[in-house]
Write a protein that binds this ligand. Sequence first.
Ligand SMILES: [Zn+2]
Length: 184
Amino acid sequence: MQRLIELIARLILAIFKKPETEPEPVEPEPLVLPHPENAPDYTATMDNVDINTIISTWLAEYDVPNAHRPYWLNDCNIILSQKFTYPAATIAQTKTVYVRPEWCNPGVIAHEVCHIVWYELTETERIGYENALYDARQTDELVKLAWETKTYMQTNIVEAHADCYRYLGQYMPDSLKKYYPRLF
Ligand SMILES: [Zn+2]
């Protein structure tokens, strides 16, 4: 009987015994921008780039709602062009985006379309965005990361608006999304 009690006691102890080694603490994942920058492709030319494929990739990767896709595909002109020396340019009044072949990637298109969006915001909305972005820089880790590492954002509020979407896309805080009509 004594031995049986000892056996049971040992069993109970074994069940509640802590494992010999503590599990290794899990390192937190380093924070990364959801849409990292695409390097320019210097093999790209006016002839070998299919901009429609790149536009479709942007619409898919940034999860642009289907209801708004016809606007970007049909009402705006996003075209391949070498007419500017810089990577891309947007004439918001005519809803025209010019992208050089080597810079024709989803991130650049995402940035440029924001200039069309910005042009259509009211003055009150623009001020609202500036305030919301300032707040998000204190409270949202991704916004903070983009602001600190993608310093082109600090150029002015128009570029900040464009690059915030370019690098964060659908992962930006809800407080900013309302300033991106037709993108969310
Ligand atoms: Zn820009």
